[in-house]
Design a protein around this ligand. Sequence first.
Ligand SMILES: [Zn+2]
Length: 242
Amino acid sequence: MKPLRSVAIFGAVGALVAAVALPAYAATKPADAAPMTVQQLAAVDAQSLVVASEATAAPVDRGSFSATTPDEIAKKKAEEAAAARAAALASAASASSRSFNIGSYALVSPGSGEVRYPLPLGSYRVSRTLGSGHNGADMVSPQGTPIYAATAGVVRVSSESYYGYGVGVVIDGVVGGQRVETTYGHMTYGSRQVQVGQTVAPGQLIGFVGSTGRSTANHLHFEVKVNGGLVEPIGWLAANAG
Ligand SMILES: [Zn+2]
């Protein structure tokens, strides 16, 4: 009986390893329980924020009530912030095909200028760049890191399954009179914030880092074509982004 049991245990361990290793390669949607719509998330979010602000507000023992004390002003501001957050989440829902809570990330990256870094500075390391059949830069960053449009432009591709890119976005832009096409790959399922045909501003939030498509770890595959020719993205960012 002993050898048989060993085989069974090794089998079970093997299955576990396979189950853990598989999602990195899998091109299918990871199983998630009962996803909520962004509208639902927005509603829950607004609700909880308002409840929290009411719970922490000190009772007011006065005849007349107007928002003049610091506590009252803070409460009013919290309620306004909750409403604005809910509105932002609801509008994002129309651009996203699956539910994804965008959290408290800015809808536009910091910075100014025509070209912006696609990930927040300090949030990534470059593991690989243009060359040897690889068309872009791999920027390794934790899952859920916000991805921003490097240029203004029109969204040509926004797909949950864009070849090996997995969840991908392609933006056609013009920078300094040159055609600049940027591609963003391996985003998290359901995290896209833009639709095909949509016009985006430089630094506009377009999605979140993941490991979809031909990817084995969370990273952004970032590709840049200038006038139709591939350029090395990291040097191009260093020369143009601000
Ligand atoms: Zn890559």
